[in-house]
Design a protein around this ligand. Structure first.
Ligand code: SF4
Ligand code: SF4
Length: 358
């Protein structure tokens, strides 16, 4: 009898990137002698073999239409050597083997509206979330916030004038994509969800919604004779986690969904340990199309840091040195007891949960 064949796993993960590398990068992989930056936005790598590669980095809007992608690819074919790659902060990089190709490539990119920069001690392009394009829970349009802010920080992207690199991020809900950044802009819901009881019975799996709440604030309930849910508003921390599995738990609100600014997070081990961000401004209006109030606070923090930090201090190092009271004094931001929460209260909050105990 024929032996049953094992089914092969279908691999649908990220393909091996080596096949897409510029030939000189593939040839000299792991064999570099040194690298430097001849100007902001340009990296220069020299290999032990004597090969040299210049990389030109340009900012993009991250969520791109097919025409923009074609334009970027045409630039790669005409002004570079047909190879590109994207960085984790949505910049595009072109690799060339001749120094003489660098200046015309920069000129063409800038002519088409793609600023060249984002290297070294610049303000990086903002890492931002999927927002309304792919995700089911946004409380605001992350791309709009990013566009408005990067318009104002455009010159800082092109220069390397900050004390150290500055990573910015935006997340359009409170619970997922946030990450750690030198400065992050995060939506902040300030009221518990309003429940549309007519829809709950049809749209939601109630046990899944109850299990989703980190502080066990949701209970099954019968409302007007129909199965629904109720929220203990004293316990609710307005996190928004119940909204994805149950859209009738409406938490997005034009007035009560605000924006908060967090500072001092970093993922890297360079010079100091990784650090968590802390909230330093809350309750800023979610005010499209230019989010002016958010822009004011972000610029206040970034330019105070620029003036006051020592060379090579990241935002968190600077705050560590001067202390939180002086951070608020120098930036002129108002301090309240709700800011820079260090999670001392989390033990009480989270121990009320059905699934976390410590
Ligand atoms: S931040 Fe939240 S809403 Fe925005 S893309 Fe991430 S998970 Fe979705
Ligand atoms: S999941 Fe979050 S927003 Fe929803 S009830 Fe629980 S604490 Fe409140």
């Amino acid at each position: 009898m024929a032996q049953p064949q094992m089914r092969k796993a279908i691999e649908s993960g990220v393909p091996d990137n080596k096949q897409y590398l510029h030939p000189l990068l593939a040839k000299n992989y792991g064999n570099w002698k040194y690298h430097d930056r001849p100007r902001p936005g340009v990296l220069h790598h020299v290999a032990h073999t004597g090969d040299e590669v210049w990389t030109v980095r340009a900012g993009t809007q991250r969520q791109m239409d097919v025409y923009t992608i074609r334009k970027l690819c045409d630039i790669a074919d005409q002004y570079a050597e047909g190879h590109v790659r994207f960085t984790i902060r949505s910049n595009i990089e072109y690799m060339v083997s001749q120094e003489s190709m660098v200046a015309p490539l920069i000129e063409e990119l800038e002519k088409n509206g793609f600023p060249v920069g984002g290297t070294g001690n610049s303000i990086s392009m903002m890492a931002h979330t999927q927002g309304w394009l792919h995700c089911d829970i946004p409380g605001t349009d992350a791309s709009g916030v990013v566009k408005s802010l990067m318009d104002e920080l455009y010159e800082e992207f092109k220069r390397e004038d900050m004390p150290n690199r500055v990573h910015l991020s935006t997340s359009c809900c409170e619970i997922n994509c946030g990450g750690q950044a030198d400065l992050a802009i995060i939506i902040q819901h300030t009221k518990p969800p309003k429940i549309n009881h007519d829809l709950v019975a049809n749209a939601c799996e109630r046990p899944a919604v109850v299990a989703r709440c980190p502080v066990a604030a949701i209970r099954p309930a019968l409302v007007n004779g129909k199965p629904s849910l109720e929220v203990d508003e004293k316990k609710c921390i307005c996190c928004g986690a119940c909204y994805p599995p149950c859209p009738p738990m409406q938490i997005n609100d034009p007035e009560h969904s605000k924006l908060a600014i967090w500072v001092g997070g970093k993922n890297s081990n360079a010079r100091a340990k990784p650090t968590f961000m802390k909230m330093v401004a809350a309750g800023l209006p979610n005010n499209p199309p230019r989010w002016t109030e958010v822009g004011e606070v972000v610029k206040k923090i970034l330019y105070t840091y620029k003036d006051d930090a020592r060379p090579w201090e990241r935002l968190s190092d600077w705050i560590d040195r001067i202390g939180w009271p002086r951070f608020f004094e120098k930036t002129g931001l108002p301090f309240t007891k709700y800011l820079i929460d260090d999670w001392r209260g989390a033990r009480v909050n989270l121990n009320a949960s059905t699934h976390i105990r410590f």
